[in-house]
Design a protein around this ligand. Structure first.
Ligand SMILES: NC(=O)c1ccc[n+]([C@@H]2O[C@H](COP(=O)([O-])OP(=O)(O)OC[C@H]3O[C@@H](n4cnc5c(N)ncnc54)[C@H](OP(=O)(O)O)[C@@H]3O)[C@@H](O)[C@H]2O)c1
Length: 213
């Protein structure tokens, strides 16, 4: 069985854990304060979940999810994630993260910053434009009318394939907005950001996004 290592156990990390366990994955989840602070969450998640440090979660994951505030990006362990597909849920909130000039100028994207930090990992954007609560509730079987779609983006086709399969298992269609340099189209303040949309609507919203919001 595939193990997801999850770095960050907040709104999104805990919800991705719940959804992935329901879909049959094992989960090793971590936060900044230590595994002992995750006992309630792990008890709720059940026997397919373990708490660990960020390094341990990264090492245990066949696939790793990074879901921390952008200001903590530099603290993400590099070596345990080497060579792995790494899902990036992060968004840029200057009010929380401080100003990042290259993002303000439209010279890079949030996920390219993580890719630079993890040069041998295969970073792929995922779950960044859905409210955490909707990850377990706004779901439908493949082929259902009006099924919600989520975007993904990567420089690595195998990472896009993994996220496409995961989204489908969890109950979402996928729209691919690769390569990572195009992922600004699904960042904050663009038309596709945190709205409910089908695949056709998401494609339209991605197409009409402006480089600087
Ligand atoms: N909330 C949403 O609906 C939503 C939707 C889409 C995308 N996002 C984006 O996804 C990211 C996570 O959002 P969130 O709402 O889940 O944040 P959150 O609820 O504030 O949780 C952040 C988590 O990251 C952990 N963390 C911080 N620094 C860490 C480090 N150095 N090592 C390991 N873990 C660390 C925190 O641990 P401690 O609590 O121990 O500090 C906490 O578990 C953000 O970039 C956010 O913008 C959020």
């Amino acid at each position: 069985m595939t193990t997801l290592g999850i770095i960050g156990a907040g709104h999104i990390g805990s919800q991705v854990a719940r959804a992935a366990i329901t879909a049959g994955y094992d989960v090793v989840i971590s936060n900044s304060r230590g595994p002992e602070t995750l006992s309630d969450l792990v008890a709720e998640l059940g026997p397919k979940a373990k708490a660990a440090t960020a390094e341990e979660a990264g090492a245990a994951g066949d696939i790793v999810v990074v879901t921390v505030p952008l200001h903590a990006l530099s603290k993400i362990p590099v070596e345990p994630l080497a060579g792995k597909i790494v899902l990036d849920t992060n968004n840029y909130y200057f009010e929380r993260d401080g100003r990042v000039e290259a993002l303000d100028k439209g010279e890079t994207t949030v996920s390219q910053l993580l890719q630079e930090h993890l040069p041998t990992s295969k970073v792929v954007k995922a779950f960044n434009h859905i409210r955490s609560g909707d990850i377990t509730t706004d779901v439908a079987a493949a082929g259902a009318p009006n099924r919600r779609a989520l975007a993904t983006s990567s420089d690595f086709p195998e990472a896009v394939d993994f996220v496409t399969t995961l989204y489908d298992e969890l109950g979402f269609d996928t729209v691919d907005v690769s390569p990572l340099s195009e992922s600004w189209r699904v960042e904050r303040d663009r038309p596709a950001y945190v709205v409910r949309q089908t695949a056709a609507e998401l494609e339209e919203n991605l197409a009409k996004a402006n480089r600087l919001p």
